[in-house]
Design a protein around this ligand. Structure first.
Ligand SMILES: [Zn+2]
Length: 231
């Protein structure tokens, strides 16, 4: 039996998989430097499936790095939102980005963010529903991973559901298939939601700039795999 080095042991100089301690990306893809933390009022919670392993193009950690009030949890199920946050909270004041097939444009065509009921209809008094939101929950993973998180966490049914109608497609292009019908990456979805809920367009600008830097690095350092993925 060979002993494996403990996780978190000091990286030897020959570490074949060095990574940035903040974004957990290989150094060539790290764009953390210069990210200024935004003092957000609407909290952000990202739940990541344990098998989400897109170390190169995943954006969950990068998204969380932008906000003072952001939490990222890796796992499959949690007993309640209160347990995750470690403080009493009302799940009805949190909104989860809904994975279902409801298209925002089909519900309320002139809106970019729509709060929908369990039946997939737009709720009455959209503005009030949006103002009630204290926190946003994003599920990070492939479509099937995100679905697994949804079905294993019954408390999510108590949260508000929001759907997005982005004005342009994801900046991922064809680099990656995304779980939701809105097609956005986690960082783009967070940008859209928090900028809109806090009425601070600069949030969207900052997150998009980071995402563009990541994609540019990716295309520079992985021209072959990028080309292959584009097929
Ligand atoms: Zn980094």
């Amino acid at each position: 039996m060979t002993e494996e080095p403990a996780a978190g042991a000091h990286a030897a100089p020959a570490d074949p998989n060095p990574e940035c301690p903040h974004c957990r990306k290989p150094p060539a893809l790290c764009v953390c430097e210069g990210i200024a933390r935004i003092d957000n009022e609407v909290s952000l919670l990202i739940l990541q499936h344990p098998q989400e392993q897109d170390r190169e193009l995943g954006t969950a950690r990068l998204t969380a790095l932008h906000f003072k009030d952001a939490l990222i949890k890796i796992g499959l199920s949690w007993p309640s939102l209160t347990k995750i946050l470690g403080r009493p909270t009302d799940p009805q004041r949190w909104a989860i980005l809904y994975l279902g097939s409801v298209k925002a444009a089909g519900v309320l065509p002139d809106r970019d963010i729509v709060v929908v009921s369990k039946n997939g209809n737009a709720v009455d008094r959209q503005e009030q529903a949006l103002r009630e939101i204290e926190g946003i929950i994003l599920l990070d993973g492939t479509w099937s991973q995100a679905k697994a998180l949804w079905w294993r966490n019954a408390w999510m049914l108590k949260c508000k559901r929001v759907v997005l109608a982005p004005k342009r497609p994801s900046r991922y292009g064809r680099l990656r298939r995304e779980p939701r019908s809105d097609g956005l990456s986690t960082i783009e979805a967070a940008a859209m939601l928090l900028a809109r809920l806090e009425e601070k367009p600069e949030i969207e600008t900052a997150l998009h700039a980071t995402f563009e830097r990541l994609l540019a690095r990716y295309r520079e350092t992985r021209p072959v795999s990028a080309a292959r993925r584009r097929r």
